[in-house]
Design a protein around this ligand. Sequence first.
Ligand SMILES: Cc1cc2nc3c(=O)[nH]c(=O)nc-3n(C[C@H](O)[C@H](O)[C@H](O)COP(=O)(O)OP(=O)(O)OC[C@H]3O[C@@H](n4cnc5c(N)ncnc54)[C@H](O)[C@@H]3O)c2cc1C
Length: 479
Amino acid sequence: MTEPAQRIAVIGGGISGLSAAWELSGAVDPSQTQLVVLESDRRWGGKIDSFEFEGSQVDLGPDAFLARRPEAVGLCQELGIEAELVAPSASRAYVCSRGKLRALPSGLVLGVPTRFLPVASSGILPWPGLLRLAMDFIAISPRTSLPKSVGGSQRSQDCSVGDIIRTHMGSQVLDRLVDPLVGGIHAGRAARLSAAATFPQLLQACATGPSLARNLRPPGTPDRAEKPTQPIFLSVQRGLSYLIESLVAQLLSRGISLQLSTTVRSLGRSDGRWVIGLEEADLQADGVVLAVPAPVSASLLASHSAQAASLLGSLEHASVAIVTLAYAKEDVATDLSGTGFVVPAVEGRLLSACTWLSSKWKHLEKHDEVLLRASVGRFGDERFMALDDEELLSAAHAELSEMLDLSGPPLAGNVRRWPGAFPQYAVGHLELVSQLQDSISELRGLALAGAALNGVGIPACIASARAAARKVLADQLRR
Ligand SMILES: Cc1cc2nc3c(=O)[nH]c(=O)nc-3n(C[C@H](O)[C@H](O)[C@H](O)COP(=O)(O)OP(=O)(O)OC[C@H]3O[C@@H](n4cnc5c(N)ncnc54)[C@H](O)[C@@H]3O)c2cc1C
């Protein structure tokens, strides 16, 4: 086989790698440049994976994406699958606080109250916590010197989400509202998560004036709850794996070489080209998009940039598992009209959240069954790792039985573990990413993509992937 004039390789076939390949495939001339995607697993999609459960396609990793960002919706439109997009059919969500499920009040922005009365009547906070929150509304919270600088430049102004909330609203609001909601997105703890990277509006709000609640309140809604007109989240009716299947099918139809079960073991450099070390034969490439988890990128980059490897290697990760369960409808005494509930870490339970799949999504509604998706694990809580699948299923069932008043055993159950799945954006994360990008800027033809950079959500991963693809293409033009 003759070598193509040029080759660009994407390493990693999750949503980031496949999106990078999609961006590249729309830009290169296939007669001049061969595109190849190398994935170590036997399937595409990485953290995106759906399976058939009780006759429906159910997600084992992410089950929705943010619709207010354009990237995921835009990709579905480009692939012609936008008719598959579905919005949740319920909106009410609950928190398990002080031993009971309680509806989350209106007016929360990622768990931060912007209206007092709904929180006061929700029963989520004990009265000392409410009193402390009231101090923020009447703007007599102790003023704070936040944000504190963690570096020298303007972009490094940062502190933890937890520091801001505790200072302005007290630890009860932090523990019972903000931690389970903001922390839940990252499987992290608000006390450690960077405000600049995970909740930048919070930094702006606390710099604007003494009342965080008032500064966060959407403009023009002084006393009414904001009613979203567009869905906040969307999913794919056939499961998010359908997005992956569509991407793969269209990449194949564009002539891209897609290789499963192909682990990249090393990355070298020879005669101005990248040398990708595979089990059988090395592959030479002029451009490389690294779309693998941070520890893998760190080891592949170690011989090219010690700084990049050390920054990537310094990121901590949280492990989680998803337990999917089916129950007979008649065995569930609690009214499940809503999307599900989150569980604050201070409750001490194994479960961190539970999605009521068959109420949240119309296409998963069943005549005689209820489908639940329980999440366990978060940063600093790996108790579930000590349990085997049977034990984890029965522990999840025991907690759900108590919380949802279940009177029968599960009809079916499944455990999916995600070790080290969530990179933790600690204080200073944006500065870390900027140093990381600087440290690889001299590595011509190489770019990084994925959840370790500027957002763990699917839209952010797509954005990072498309930017990485453009960087590699721009480097080709500079040759
Ligand atoms: C349980 C769970 C729930 C989530 N919920 C949501 C949600 O509701 N909404 C949302 O937007 N996001 C959610 N996320 C986050 C989101 O799914 C991920 O951040 C995103 O899918 C990461 O995509 P990626 O392509 O960057 O990485 P990955 O999906 O991890 O893909 C990296 C790929 O690289 C491959 N690889 C690794 N090493 C090598 C190697 N040496 N050679 C070749 N290939 C290699 C891996 O096999 C993998 O396929 C969730 C994540 C999890 C785990």
